[in-house]
Design a protein around this ligand. Structure first.
Ligand SMILES: Cc1ncc(COP(=O)(O)O)c(C=O)c1O
Length: 429
């Protein structure tokens, strides 16, 4: 399986990475681990250490690593040429599968990353409404564009609705184009919409923000306010698409936006993402339909790539099988319940928050409703817990467990044992 030509040890690779990569990593995950391979719900590092994997490539590998059907679908395409720029059968069929599955999706435009999808969804809202401002929520992740990197993870709390840029290099002028509200606070949204209704093109929201579920009525409130004021509602479903349900968060929570963005699962582990939504809005991607004035320019070398689309189609086929989501949710529910019990048993204040396919603990005595609630959690304790788990063969992101259909009862048992032992070590300090 391991066919890399360079047989350097993990230590040598880590040192090499420090020389040739800024910060010694690809920017995603700390560079002190180098993953060699993955199968099902497990991965192995270059030292051969085995982990139950809840990182799941940051979410795409919902059906597990190297799933035989996804691998076969991708391999069949690779042998027939990997990219053409022109339309291909697999991209067209994947678009059709998305239209069939996702309630708001009448048409689909493919791109390669979730960042791009969010950038173009916001641009589509501006083109359609002919207004400039977008409202987003503090702590909401919509990729890495200049517009999105506003109040994603502010170190100091800003005053709503002023955005706090998350990165160097973002033009000052863009701060005027983004309004920021607290997640789950419909009253603040209503008052901002009242004040800015003639300038607002759209509201973009993660319907399930990071690991925070929407409060009852919040998404319905957003839908009502946007519809009444002629503002577009964009659901960022890069994480939740095909994960919370086959039709995504919009099916799961029963609120249909005007546009949504998709990524991760739909590419089956390859680079592919999409904007999907109402045909009258999507028409702005078509110069023939809207003319030069309204035309939204969008081209991408690898958009609708056939290998990624075939892998995505194979993934969706697996997800359509009877019982797939019941199984995913049953696994996640067991994990969430056991973690909550173990925290209690160890006398630790912690909230296991999320939905069964993705969740984490926030070490806080208070339930978490928004980004500031997450900040009230003990971040050092979470980091220490994560690192104790890694020593015990459980790999996860900084603040998320992604559950896979491929996690076996043995993976779950291993995780329970690792949690019990890591929590014991955590309280013994
Ligand atoms: C909700 C959400 N939107 C957008 C993105 C950006 O996707 P990508 O990393 O493919 O650019 C992410 C990435 O994790 C995400 O979680």
């Amino acid at each position: 399986m391991n066919d890399v030509t360079d047989r350097s040890s993990e230590r040598e690779l880590i040192d090499k990475a420090k020389r040739v990569l800024p910060g010694g990593s690809f920017g995603n995950f700390p560079g002190d681990i180098v993953i060699r391979e993955g199968r099902g719900g497990r991965v192995w590092d270059e030292n051969g250490k085995e982990y139950v994997d809840f990182l799941l490539g940051s979410g795409p590998m919902l059906v597990g690593h190297a799933h035989p059907e996804v691998t076969a679908a991708a391999q069949a395409r690779v042998a027939q040429g990997t990219t053409f720029f022109a339309n291909n059968r697999y991209g067209i069929e994947l678009a059709e599968a998305i239209v069939d599955a996702v309630p708001c999706a009448e048409q689909v435009r493919f791109v390669s990353t979730g960042s791009e999808a969010d950038l173009y969804a916001m641009r589509a809202a501006r083109a359609f409404r002919r207004r400039d401002k977008i409202l987003k929520f503090e702590g909401g992740y919509h990729g890495m564009s200049d517009y999105s990197l506003m109040s994603l993870a502010p170190k100091r709390s800003g005053n709503f609705p002023q955005p706090v840029p998350d990165s160097a290099g973002i033009p000052r002028s863009l701060r005027d184009e983004i309004l920021v509200a607290p997640f789950n606070d419909i009253d603040v949204v209503a008052s901002l919409v009242r004040e800015h209704r003639d300038e607002l093109a759209g509201i973009i929201v993660e319907p399930f923000q990071r690991i925070i579920p929407p409060a009852p009525g919040f998404l319905e409130g957003l839908r009502k306010i946007t519809a009444e004021n002629g503002i577009l509602l964009i659901f960022d479903e890069v994480v939740t698409g095909f994960r919370l349900a086959y039709g995504g968060a919009q099916e799961y929570y029963g609120v249909v936006p005007d546009l949504c963005t998709l990524g991760k699962v739909i590419g089956g582990g390859f680079p592919l993402a999409a904007v999907a939504g109402r045909a009258d809005i999507m028409a702005h991607f078509d110069r023939g339909a809207v003319g030069d004035e309204g035309f939204l320019m969008q081209v991408g070398t690898l958009s609708g790539n056939p290998v990624a689309a075939a892998a995505g189609l194979a993934t969706l086929e697996i997800l359509r099988r009877p019982g797939a989501y019941e199984h995913l949710f049953a696994t996640g529910r067991k994990l969430m319940g056991t973690l909550a019990e173990l925290l209690k048993g160890n006398g630790l204040a912690g909230q296991v928050t999320g939905e069964p396919p993705l969740f984490d603990v926030v070490f806080s005595a208070e339930p978490v409703r928004d980004y500031r609630g997450t900040l009230r959690g003990d971040g050092d304790r979470l980091r220490r817990f994560n690192s104790l788990l890694r020593e015990r063969g459980v790999l996860k992101g900084e603040s998320k467990y992604y559950v896979s259909l491929a996690h076996t009862p043995e993976d779950i048992r291993h995780t329970y044992n690792a949690w019990a032992s890591a929590l014991e070590a955590l309280v013994a300090r």
